[in-house]
Unconditional design. Structure first.
Length: 213
């Protein structure tokens, strides 16, 4: 097993172990690299991580990028179907920056697509063109029964746009920054308490939009 495989397996185990201590509705997302699939045992490693942590499969999301699907895509698709059959959510990350992302959406039933942060940056520059593309991707995801997360939200203006565009989830520094694993539980509790104290109309999860951290 190469170093990247060992690190990837460790990350999976630690992520599952941490998520098992969180309240039941919460899930954890882990990025997978092409190198981990090259080893040919990713489904076994994921199953072991879930079993050791006692984490239900539906609480784990595995994120991949389009680069994984370039090349020996049939083998990769078979492995992804195995993972999906285990009850995991398979997510297409950084959607929109590759050359053939659309072709993969009809070949594999992803549970969620994440719109790359570059589109949100474009809202303050190219403006309407970026807005049109984001809205189109959200509409596409809805037609394909895939949830859509918009990444890179750093301002209230961007958050308002994603809510108006009816995105399913929002993610970015506007809502929170990365924290050490030891502080995650306290952060979850603090977010829950703030949500209870806010007027109903001002909650971050108002309407169809939910915040992902």
């Amino acid at each position: 097993m190469q170093l990247i495989d060992k690190i990837g397996a460790w990350v999976l185990r630690e992520a599952c172990k941490a998520a098992a201590t969180w309240p039941e509705p919460l899930t954890v997302a882990v990025n997978l690299s092409p190198a981990q699939f090259d080893a040919g045992s990713i489904s076994t490693i994921v199953a072991s991580a879930l079993d050791r942590a006692g984490l239900a499969p539906h609480r784990l999301e595995l994120e991949i990028t389009e680069s994984l699907l370039i090349g020996n895509s049939d083998t990769i698709m078979t492995e992804l179907r195995t993972l999906k059959a285990m009850g995991l959510a398979i997510v297409m990350d950084d959607f929109g920056i590759g050359y053939s992302s659309l072709s993969y959406l009809w070949r594999f039933p992803f549970d969620k697509i994440k719109i790359d942060r570059s589109f949100l940056t474009g809202l303050d520059g190219s403006g309407r063109n970026a807005e049109t593309v984001v809205k189109a991707i959200i509409a596409l995801g809805r037609e394909l029964n895939m949830r859509v997360t918009v990444e890179g939200i750093e301002t209230a203006k961007q958050a308002d746009f994603v809510r108006e565009a009816e995105g399913d989830q929002a993610q970015g520094y506007f809502f929170g920054r990365p924290v050490p694993a030891t502080e995650v539980a306290a952060t979850i509790l603090a977010d829950f308490q703030r949500a209870k104290q806010r007027p109903a109309a001002a909650t971050e999860t108002d309407g169809p939009l939910r915040v992902v951290k």
